[in-house]
Structures are given as structure tokens and as C-alpha cells.
Design a protein around this ligand. Structure first.
Ligand code: ARG
Length: 464
């Protein structure tokens, strides 16, 4: 095809299949905005150092603005023959403004151009979609934690009833996981925000370019130190995907609990119908599709992380065409994370916790057994002996179908005469949670205080 990126070095036209096979335009056109932004900065810099005249710069600016309008209006003719977004835009620019369009690529290579585009793209996605949705979800968790700061449910270890906790406390545990994810994303963003522009193909360029000027125009925080590293480094993409994989792991854990809690056997929560679907055969069904799907989607992000690590493994310096394979995993990671966060941020504030079901489940599981042991320690028993005594009481309770709090004082005293009437203060679920009244504990007033701190910490999460 005569429109093809031409090389006088090559004597044959590219094989038609190879042209398709090596093209990336179908997916990298998603970076058109960043590609234009990068070209504008590059052109301004070329003008500043005397390589482009004011008129040439004005033509380039006008042409690129028109191309952006064409793309956003859906009128731009993307061509596989032009291989990627960079060549497509440059070819169209030359059509629009003539010979000056061919000067834009002075002192630049697609190698530093694509590295610049991906960094700008990821920075935008973090700022415009990932972090805002993550923060919205975290806000929803704080609100729900406040609403249910005193709603009791069993806490679990080994998925067996362990000790009573509050639903609010459980939700704030989720908040902590997500808070670390936000910190990791912000940390990755610091290294994303380094300018590779001016690295050119690999060695830099013979033109008197001003890399600090383009970096400043593009809002990069620093200029990459080494041109070979500039065109070949994809650590930042791996770091982002790693943060995303951890985030998806957390969402999958939340999903698992939501699915479990929504079951008829638990009935701890009610998911609004709009986040569920029915069954095509079983008329009674209300399936928790949203958390199930998010749980499943964690797998594809793990896969993308492994793809990117493997893509970069053993690559010699500097740029290799392999790197074109970074985009699809990265883009799908962004989309998967953003969509999962949107679904969760919409759903979490609408979850209704069933206080009676949570309370009953905590009562049934001897969840205050540790409280009784602690009570006996305070009456002078060594902890190991207290553990033994309570174990006997629980075995009795199982035989007679009675929770500890349902036994009479006489029944309890057959296991240890030091038990007195004040035991019932610690055997109630309310007494049990209220007693864990320290920083990070499940006492309702601690949960409220933690929710207040969480809200403040959310405010101070900043892009830096
Ligand atoms: N489409 C390429 C990529 O995604 C752009 C850089 C191509 N550079 C090259 N020398 N072939 O990596």
C-alpha cells in the first residue's frame, strides 16, 4: 500500500498479513489524546530552541487540534497501513498542513513517543478514574461502618464463629485494605510521572532539545536520567498492574464474604435487587452476580501482571517490538479495575445489614467463650485452666442446646464455683464487644472513632 510508512531501505512492500500482524492501531488509538498532548509539547520545544518557526508551530497546533476534533467526532479514518496511533496522527497531520507535518518528528522517535504516551495515559487513568472510584467506595464503607457501628455479628477464624464483632468494624477492615491500595497507586504514580521524551530512539538526539521544558509542559515531575532506560523501561506499567492485582484480590475477598452473607444460610445482608439477577429456570433465585463477577475478574488482572512481567523478562536494552504487547494487558487492567470499583462503589452504600440475623448467629456459636475465660482469669484462675473450664461449659451447652448466656448461674457454677452473678455482664454479646475498647478494637465507640479517622485519612490521600 502506497500510504504505508515507507522506508527506502526496504525493497519489498510489507507482506499483507505481516502488516496486520504488526499493527497496533486497533488498541493503541485509545491513547490519541496523550499522543497529541505529547506532540504539542514536543513542537513547542522545537520552536523554543529554534528548530520550528512560529508559523510552523502554529500550523502544527492547528492541525493537531483538528485531528483531535476528528477523532472525537468519530470522523477520523484509522488505517492499519499506518500501523499505530503515532503514525496515523502524523500522516493525517501532513495531509492537513503539508510539508510542516513532516517536521514534527525531528529529534524524536516512536520509542520515546510511545513511552511518553503510556505514562501520560496511566497518570490520567489514575487521576480521573481509578482513584476517584476507589475513594467513592471507601467513602461508602465509612458511611456504612458508622450506620452499623453497633450491629453485632460473629467474627470468624477458620470460617468458624470466633468472637463477636460489629459489622462496622468488619467494614473498616475492608477500608484498611483499600487504603493501602490507594497508597500503592499513588506511589506507582510517582514513578509513572517521569519524562522519557527526548530519549529519541535510544541514544538521545543531535538536536539541541530541551527535555526539561517538555517535561514541564507535560506536568512530569522529573526527567528520565538515561535515554536507554527511557525507551525501554516498563516497570511503571508493571507496578500499576501489581497495585491493581492486589486491589482486585481485596475486592475478591469482599465479594466472597458478600456472596456468603447473602445466602439463605447466613442472611446477614440484603443486596438490593438491582445488583442481582434471577435464574432462567429456578423462579425463587436471587443471585449475587455483581460480587461473583468481580471475584472472577480478579483472575484476569493477575494474568495481566504475569503477562507484563514475562514480556519484560530477559529483554535486552533498549526498545524491542515486544513492548507493543504491553498495551492490551495494561488497558484491560485499567478497564477491569475501574469497572469493578464502579460496581462496588454503587453497591456498598445500598447493602442492608440484618441486625437480628447477625446477632442470632453470634449467639449460637458460643462466641463469648473467650470472654468467660477472661472473666475467670480476673477471678484468679490461670488462663490455661480457665480455657479448660470454659471448654467443659461449651460441651455441656452443645449437649443441651444452650448458649453460655442462656445457662443459669447454678449450671455455670458446676464448672467453676468462682463464677458469680456478674458473669452475665460479660456473657452478653453487647458486653463482649463493648469490652474490646481500645484503639483498633471492635467496641462500638472505637468503631465510630476509627470511622472518623478514616474520613480524615481519606482527605489527606493526595497525588504528589
Ligand atoms: N507501536 C509501537 C509500540 O507500541 C510504537 C513504537 C514502535 N517503535 C518502533 N521502533 N517500531 O511499542
Amino acid at each position: 500500500s502506497k500510504e504505508k510508512l515507507s522506508s527506502a531501505r526496504l525493497t519489498e512492500a510489507t507482506d499483507a498479513f505481516v502488516e496486520q500482524f504488526t499493527a497496533s492501531i486497533d488498541f493503541d488509538k485509545r491513547m490519541y489524546r496523550q499522543d497529541i498532548q505529547g506532540s504539542l509539547a514536543h513542537a513547542k520545544m522545537l520552536n523554543k530552541v529554534g528548530i520550528l518557526t512560529d508559523e510552523e508551530l502554529a500550523d502544527i497546533e492547528r492541525g493537531l487540534a483538528q485531528i483531535q476534533r476528528e477523532i472525537e467526532a468519530g470522523e477520523f479514518q484509522f488505517s492499519v497501513a499506518q500501523e499505530d496511533i503515532h503514525m496515523n496522527i502524523e500522516a493525517r497531520l501532513t495531509q492537513l498542513i503539508g510539508i510542516t507535518g513532516k517536521k514534527l518528528h525531528t529529534g524524536r522517535s516512536r520509542n520515546d513517543q510511545v513511552a511518553t504516551d503510556i505514562r501520560l495515559y496511566l497518570r490520567d487513568e489514575i487521576d480521573e478514574r481509578v482513584l476517584p472510584q476507589l475513594k467513592r467506595l471507601m467513602e461508602g464503607l465509612i458511611e456504612q461502618a458508622e450506620r452499623y457501628h453497633d450491629a453485632i455479628m460473629p467474627g470468624f477464624t477458620h470460617l468458624q464463629t470466633a468472637q463477636p464483632v460489629t459489622f462496622g468494624h468488619h467494614l473498616l477492615a475492608w477500608f484498611e485494605m483499600l487504603y493501602r491500595d490507594a497508597e500503592r497507586l499513588l506511589d506507582a504514580r510517582r514513578r509513572i510521572n517521569t519524562s522519557p521524551l527526548g530519549s529519541a530512539a535510544l541514544a538521545g538526539t543531535t538536536y539541541p532539545i530541551d527535555r526539561h521544558y517538555t517535561a514541564e509542559l507535560l506536568g512530569f515531575e522529573r526527567v528520565g536520567e538515561n535515554s536507554l532506560d527511557g525507551v525501554s523501561d516498563r516497570d511503571f506499567a508493571i507496578e500499576f498492574t501489581h497495585a491493581a492485582a492486589l486491589l482486585m484480590m481485596h475486592l475478591s475477598r469482599m465479594s466472597e464474604e458478600l456472596v456468603l452473607w447473602a445466602s439463605a444460610q447466613f442472611q446477614f445482608i440484603d443486596l438490593p435487587d438491582r445488583f442481582c439477577t434471577g435464574s432462567s429456570i429456578m423462579p425463587q433465585k436471587k443471585n449475587p452476580d455483581v460480587p461473583e463477577l468481580v471475584r472472577g475478574k480478579s483472575g484476569r488482572v493477575y494474568g495481566h501482571l504475569m503477562s507484563l512481567l514475562t514480556l519484560m523478562k530477559s529483554q535486552p536494552l533498549a526498545y524491542n517490538k515486544d513492548n507493543q504487547e504491553d498495551k492490551e494487558p495494561l488497558f484491560d487492567t485499567v478497564d477491569t479495575v475501574v469497572n469493578s470499583l464502579i460496581a462496588f462503589a454503587d453497591m456498598v452504600p445500598a447493602i442492608r445489614f440484618n441486625r437480628e440475623a447477625g446477632y442470632e448467629a453470634a449467639r449460637r456459636g458460643f462466641s463469648t467463650a473467650t470472654d468467660l475465660a477472661d472473666y475467670l482469669v480476673k477471678k484468679g484462675l490461670p488462663f490455661r485452666d480457665a480455657h479448660e473450664v470454659v471448654g467443659q461449659a461449651v460441651a455441656y451447652g452443645i449437649r443441651h442446646g444452650k448458649d453460655l448466656s442462656e445457662m443459669s448461674l447454678q449450671e455455670l457454677q458446676q464448672f467453676e464455683p468462682r463464677i458469680k452473678a456478674d458473669v452475665f455482664d460479660v456473657l452478653t454479646l453487647e458486653g463482649s464487644v463493648a469490652a474490646r475498647d481500645h484503639f483498633g478494637g471492635t467496641a462500638p465507640r472505637q468503631v465510630l472513632a476509627a470511622a472518623g479517622r478514616a474520613r480524615e485519612r481519606l482527605q489527606t490521600l493526595k497525588t504528589a
